[in-house]
Design a protein around this ligand. Structure first.
Ligand code: GTP
Length: 360
């Protein structure tokens, strides 16, 4: 029997740096043929577009598959399995498959899917890499993971201190084979070490915790872990029982064992929408305005492309919290010169006000 193709799952909260890490990996793949499966929250396909447009020789457009019909962990049967079958059925199958989950996905259901008949004999989970936004965690965005707060919670069982953010974060950590503390460049001296120690204590035994800037890690560190995570699911089971009647039941129809509890999770705690504008006069002024809108409306993540007056290149706009990064990435060519941004936040975003503020 042919050896199984290894697949690496890259997970981590919105904006942690998953796409950046994968891009670095592709640029340094040394001829290894890597196929990518990308799942995004929000329907603009920004990550796929960035990776397809990166001009890396070993990565053709065919090697990037986007799954956009909802969250990968809830649409395993409908979306993910057929995509895997397509990749595995190719004349020249890839050497390695990398799957980028959406920032809101639980990796566990995805790993579980590798036990699916027809998949399990051909491919194995080489490892789960969880990318952590070192800056956001240090700033307390996932406060319940900080040991002290956790201890306090245990003293006070009656209070529900959990937030959707902290639950997701903990489940993503619980599933990791390797944790990447990313954005080290934004951390003060000692902060990265402290965070590594906290995460090491929280993760399963033997999980490596490494530090990175712009996800720059040697490919050999990320790929080739050889874990076989699908055979080891109990150890990484979800810490939380996410109550939410997402149509998650069809996992079971195919003999894919689920726990007794409801394991669907709180996508309805989050939402996204797209804002479409015409040309924008000035790149810097627009980035500042975006930062103001993010602060005013508590937006978690905003990304997309902008058309700037007089500039043939499109501006890629990436915001994680109020930090906005911009760069010109490639000419519009024949594509319409519009500005399109996907806005992601906790449920209850004021679409009309955000839309109006971005247009003002
Ligand atoms: N300063 C700094 N910025 C980073 C680093 N890594 C990523 N970023 C920036 O953070 C933003 C988000 O990075 P992405 O790689 O798109 O994050 P992601 O996890 O793929 O985001 P989603 O797919 O939306 O969940 C981009 O503006 C990146 O340039 C880092 O190490 N340092």
């Amino acid at each position: 029997m042919a050896a199984k193709i290894p697949a690496t799952v890259v997970t981590g909260f919105l904006g942690a740096g998953k796409t950046t890490l994968i891009r670095h990996m592709l640029e340094n793949a040394k001829g290894k043929r890597i196929a990518l499966i990308i799942n995004e929250f929000g329907d603009l396909g920004v990550d796929g577009d960035i990776l397809k447009g990166c001009g890396i020789e070993t990565c053709t457009e065919d090697d990037v598959v986007e799954l956009s019909n909802g969250c990968i962990c809830c649409t395993v049967a409908d979306d993910f399995i057929p995509t895997m079958e397509m990749l595995l059925g190719r004349d020249n199958p890839p050497d390695h498959i990398v799957i980028e989950t959406s920032g809101l996905a639980l990796p566990q259901p995805l790993v579980r899917a590798f036990n699916w008949p027809g998949i399990s004999t051909k491919v194995t989970v080489d490892g789960v890499v969880t990318v952590v936004d070192g800056k956001a965690v240090t700033a307390g965005q996932f406060a319940h993971n900080v040991a002290a707060v956790d201890a306090q919670r245990k003293l006070d069982e009656n209070l529900d201190h959990e937030t959707p953010l902290s639950e997701l974060f903990e489940d993503q950590i619980a599933c990791a084979d390797m944790i990447v503390v990313n954005k080290a460049d934004l951390l003060a001296e000692g902060e990265a070490d402290h965070l590594r120690a906290v995460l090491k204590a929280e993760a399963r035994k033997g999980v490596q915790v490494v530090t990175a800037t712009m996800g720059a890690l040697p490919v050999d560190v990320l790929l080739g872990q050889g874990v076989g995570a699908e055979g080891d699911l109990e150890a990484r089971h979800e810490v939380h029982h996410h109550h939410h009647d997402h149509d998650d039941d069809h996992h079971d129809d195919h003999g894919d064992h689920h726990h007794d509890h409801e394991h669907a999770h709180g996508h309805d705690e989050f939402e996204s929408f797209v804002v479409e504008l015409g040309e924008v006069a000035d790149a810097n002024a627009f980035a500042e305005k975006v930062a103001d809108v993010i602060r005013a409306h508590d937006i978690l993540r905003l990304k997309g492309f902008a058309a700037i007056a007089g500039k043939p290149m499109r501006l890629t706009l990436q915001a994680v919290g109020p930090r906005v990064d911009t760069y010109f990435d490639r000419p519009f060519g024949t594509a319409p010169r519009t500005t399109r941004l996907v806005v992601i936040g906790q449920a209850g975003l004021n679409h009309a006000e955000i839309d109006a503020a971005l247009r003002a």
